[in-house]
Design a protein around this ligand. Structure first.
Ligand SMILES: [Zn+2]
Length: 413
């Protein structure tokens, strides 16, 4: 082997390989020592202690602008989505210039600025390496951990000037927790990247490449009110009509890819009144857009049948059906550069990437629907949307390293 390596033809290739290995190794080593745990910890605590329920993300947006624009010198733009979302601020986009002109594809990272409640007076406790609260509020690591990690990543990139770097865009959205409103209102033309990672799920070194599309529906079933004791024959019982239809609606897990649910029913005013109105709300989700449409039709068919049975001449509304497209499908194949880059990045840290499917929708679905391939990465947060929410600093440090590795692997292609 030595003999072959030293032959004149193979020597330059061997040297080139060594240099490339050294460069990538030295980068790997620098990323390991570079993360500033104390700085990451302090940033995270400051972010969590800013209350930011949906539509009240203004102060977090100001903090983000302060770090990325004032401290690090990057461009920060705000879109005009607040008119649509009703938030104090628009979505923010941070633009970090690449170091090699336009030869490397831009890469997006996404996090949301709002949290669920309760948020009043969030006080972060740090014990045994774990962040949590006293149990009266949520922590807000969902998704402040992602924001803090991206800040640490940007600070590290600044400190290691000269590294080959793709153009980066960090998108911080509003109103994710109340129906992905910020992402939905985003004008995607302000982004150059056409691929990205949303940092917004539990676990570490896991990547979600499949999430369902969904619709929501509401149905109003109209009857006719009458006194239930004196003249019941003059009434039409809307609860009875609705029950007749609901008993025929397919619900639960319809097939391995598709689920359907009726989650809300309202109707009736008193026991002595024949009810004249029932309102029903539900949803259908599927990993297949085709199946979504088919199951949506099956779910709504019994209500249309009710209309037909009780009002064949179309004289008055018996049933009114409304359908809202909630979010589009997220389906990024495993051989997509987003997945292979993350897998290589994890492997370079001695970790194995877990590729997963989820049953819920997030900003990543909306970005996919706007033509930006997006997968979701775990950032270590646990028990989110509860007052027992917590996250380990060591997991956040690992995640920041992982992101730096992804950026370096993306850049080296
Ligand atoms: Zn989240």
């Amino acid at each position: 082997m030595i003999h072959f390596l030293l032959t004149p033809n193979l020597l330059p290739m061997h040297l080139a390989f060594s240099v490339a290995t050294l460069i990538s190794l030295s980068f790997f080593c620098t990323t390991v020592v570079m993360i500033n745990r104390e700085r990451l910890k302090q940033t995270f605590v400051e972010l969590c202690e800013i209350e930011s329920p949906s539509r009240k993300e203004g102060e977090v947006a100001w903090y983000i602008t302060k770090v990325f624009r004032d401290e690090l010198g990057h461009e920060v733009v705000t879109d005009d989505s607040s008119q649509e979302t009703g938030s104090e601020t628009g979505n923010l986009v941070v633009r970090i210039e690449g170091t090699n002109g336009d030869t490397l594809a831009p890469l997006l990272f996404n996090a949301h600025m709002d949290t669920v409640g309760p948020t009043e007076g969030v006080k972060v406790l740090f014990e045994d390496g774990i962040f949590r609260t006293d149990g009266t509020t949520i922590l807000g690591g969902d998704d402040k951990a992602a924001i803090a990690i991206l800040m640490e990543v940007a600070r590290c990139l600044k400190e290691q000037d000269g590294q080959l770097l793709p153009p980066l865009e960090f998108l911080f959205t509003v109103c994710e927790e109340i129906g992905l409103l910020g992402a939905k209102a985003l004008d995607a033309s302000i982004l150059r990247a056409r691929a990205g990672y949303a940092l917004d799920t539990t676990g570490t070194f896991n990547l979600i490449n499949r999430a369902p599309c969904a619709i929501r529906f509401s149905v109003k079933v109209h009857g006719k009110s009458a006194h239930a004791g004196i003249a019941p024959e003059k009434g039409i019982n809307a609860i009875s009509l609705a029950a007749r239809a609901i008993s025929k609606v397919p619900l639960g897990r319809i097939d391995p890819e598709t689920t359907a649910n009726i989650g809300i029913i309202r109707g009736g005013k008193a026991t002595n009144i024949v009810p004249d109105l029932v309102e029903i709300e539900g949803e259908v989700r599927s990993h297949s857009e085709d199946r979504l449409k088919k199951v949506q039709d099956q779910v709504l068919a019994p209500f249309h049948q009710l209309q037909w049975d009780f009002d064949p001449k179309g004289e008055g509304p018996v049933v009114q059906v409304d359908v809202i497209d909630d979010y589009p499908v997220l389906n990024v194949p495993e051989d997509h550069r987003l997945v292979t880059t993350a897998r290589e990045a994890a492997a370079s840290m001695g970790r194995e990437l877990k590729v997963e499917t989820t049953g819920g929708g997030s900003d990543a679905n909306i970005l996919c629907g706007k033509g930006i391939d997006t997968v979701i990465l775990g950032i270590g947060m646990e028990n989110v949307h509860t007052t027992d929410e917590h996250i380990a600093l060591s997991d956040m440090v690992e995640c920041a390293r992982f992101i730096l590795e992804i950026i370096s692997k993306w850049g080296l292609r």
